[in-house]
Design a protein. Structure first.
Length: 306
């Protein structure tokens, strides 16, 4: 069979497939402010004396704001359960398509999103004359930096340090647990309704695999996701295949099961032959970091080192 070349795919492709999730393969910043002037900065802006009016537009950010003991005036509309402290807080719409009129009506001092949505949302916020701050949750290291930045900005340094210290302690525990063990080769598939991509080491789940002692079969790429080429993947012969389902998880799991049964090439994968194919629960393995990072690392270690 003729080999098909790999080609880079930004997370924008996921937006087309899943009607929402999108991304940006530019260099990652700690946080990025995009205002009406379209400029960006990596520096933290000191809070004014007045109380902050913060709008969080994603579930992960909302969870972190709760952990930092911060009040919000706006939260995302989501089927996922948000922290109880935000019961009754104004819903501002889907994380991928927040309602700009509602956001503006709340007169926010800060609007928070994540860098994986920046490509699509930065111009939307700019057109609405709103300043947005995009937090980088694409890896544990970046997420820790973003947490400390937010803690400093809103006077919650103690809470932020506690979260980061907890994350670092978990990583140290994992490193001791896997010390001396042979690295398994891992293939990570990100499924969305109708298609799937391959997650590189630059994706959040790819970072979890690295921290848990796995070796991603795709290395040296700058983007978070690549188009799938089953011939190349099979030649890489992964020991473990992790399948992450997003958008509509139940539908995507069925899609993966159908693909692995219908496409004959999958039966030649060592991971399939040894029954080391795992479907990742979306609450533990989202496309960006969240509060469940410790639990996700424990789960990843169990899959990589059964």
């Amino acid at each position: 069979m003729r080999m098909i070349r790999w080609f880079n795919v930004s997370v924008v492709a996921i937006a087309i497939l899943a009607s929402g999730c999108s991304g940006n393969d530019a260099a990652r910043n700690l946080t990025t402010d995009t205002g009406s002037g379209g400029t960006a900065t990596q520096t933290s802006v000191p809070m004014e004396s007045k109380s902050p009016r913060i709008v969080s537009t994603t579930v992960a950010v909302t969870q972190f704001m709760d952990a930092l003991d911060l009040d919000l005036v706006g939260v995302p509309t989501s089927v996922k359960t948000l922290p109880k402290r935000y019961d009754g807080v104004t819903k501002v719409g889907n994380p991928m398509t927040p309602n700009m009129e509602i956001v503006k009506s709340l007169e926010p001092t800060d609007v928070l999103s994540v860098t994986t949505l920046e490509y699509d949302l930065a111009p939307v916020f700019k057109n609405a004359n709103l300043t947005a701050r995009f937090l980088d949750f694409t890896s544990l290291e970046h997420m820790n930096k973003a947490i400390l930045d937010i803690g400093s900005r809103f006077g919650k340094e103690k809470q932020a340090a506690a979260l980061v210290n907890g994350n670092n302690a978990k990583v140290e525990q994992i490193q001791k647990q896997i010390a001396g063990k042979k690295q398994p080769k891992v293939l990570i598939l990100l499924g969305v309704p109708g298609s799937y991509l391959v997650a590189t080491e630059n994706s959040y789940i790819g970072d979890l695999v690295r921290l848990a002692g796995g070796k991603n079969i795709v290395e040296g790429e700058k983007v978070e996701y690549l188009a799938s080429n089953t011939e190349y993947l099979q030649k890489s012969n992964p020991d473990v295949i992790l399948r992450a389902a997003h958008g509509m998880p139940e539908e995507v799991v069925k899609m993966f099961e159908k693909e692995f049964k219908k496409n004959d090439i999958w039966k030649h994968f060592s991971a399939v032959q040894s029954d080391r194919v795992y479907d990742l629960p979306e609450d533990l393995f989202p496309t960006t970091g969240n509060l469940a990072v410790g639990e996700a690392l424990d789960a990843t270690v169990k899959m990589l080192f059964p």
